[in-house]
Ligand binder design. Structure first.
Ligand SMILES: Nc1nc2c(c(=O)[nH]1)N[C@@H](CN(C=O)c1ccc(C(=O)N[C@@H](CCC(=O)O)C(=O)O)cc1)CN2
Ligand SMILES: NCC(=O)N[C@@H]1O[C@H](COP(=O)([O-])[O-])[C@@H](O)[C@H]1O
Length: 191
């Protein structure tokens, strides 16, 4: 039986698409479910195109139990956060210990925490005249961007870079590394 992955996302879903593509013919795992808290998000169009089951995450039920029972009914083994903008509640963390990971578009522990998502991250990095940024893939605990780091990759910031040009560099790093890191993480969990 293949490992069943759920992806939680709130936006366009470019990372979700890369993860789906990576596991499309994999004997190891499959993307079995996509959860999204924004009914008009592009990631839901990807779910439809790829014929992958999806559901809208409603705030009340999410706050109550994090859809834990639903995810167990769907036989989900691991949860991948790919641009998901709500905090994972304790009941879901407890139900999936060390089985939820997230990608953050900066080099944690810097530029993380509440309010640090999407372009807000890149704007802060540029404003602070950082010479480097990058991505962090980490375990999810009860705090934002606080769990143990699994992988990081960097990119240079050059004169003239804007939040948009930095976002493009970050997306390139994400698309290059996230699917492979997920696979390596799953292999490490299967031993
Ligand atoms: N328990 C955890 N939940 C989540 C984590 C985590 O590490 N632990 N990571 C986030 C993803 N993320 C950064 O990587 C992140 C996403 C969103 C926010 C944030 O400030 N959100 C706003 C709400 C935004 C909205 O509703 O549009 C907020 O909480 O006020 C910070 C970091 C996913 N969940
Ligand atoms: N702090 C969370 C956060 O900012 N996540 C970021 O949202 C983007 C989603 O893009 P996508 O919808 O195209 O995959 C990604 O860059 C991801 O790192």
């Amino acid at each position: 039986m293949k490992t069943r992955l759920a992806i939680f996302a709130s936006g366009a879903g470019s990372n979700a698409q890369k993860i789906i593509d990576h596991f499309k013919n994999s004997p190891l795992a499959e993307v079995a479910l996509i959860g999204c808290n924004k009914p008009n998000a592009g990631v839901l169009n990807i779910a439809t195109k790829e014929n992958i089951d999806s559901f809208i995450i409603e705030r009340e039920q999410y706050k109550k139990d994090g859809y834990t029972d639903f995810l167990h009914e769907k036989r989900i083994d691991f949860i991948i956060l790919a641009g998901f903008l709500w905090k994972i509640p304790q009941p879901l963390i407890d139900a999936y210990p060390r089985k939820i990971i997230n990608i953050h578009p900066a080099l944690l522990p810097n530029y993380g925490g509440k309010g640090m998502y999407g372009s807000f991250v890149h704007e802060a990095v540029i404003t602070n005249k950082e010479k480097q940024s990058g991505i962090s893939i980490h375990y999810v605990d009860e705090h934002y961007d606080h769990g143990d780091i699994i992988f990081q990759a960097t990119c240079d910031i050059v004169t003239g870079d804007t939040p948009d040009s930095l976002a493009q560099k970050i997306h390139q790093l994400e698309h290059e590394h996230f699917p492979r890191v997920i696979e390596e993480w799953l292999v490490g969990n299967s031993k």
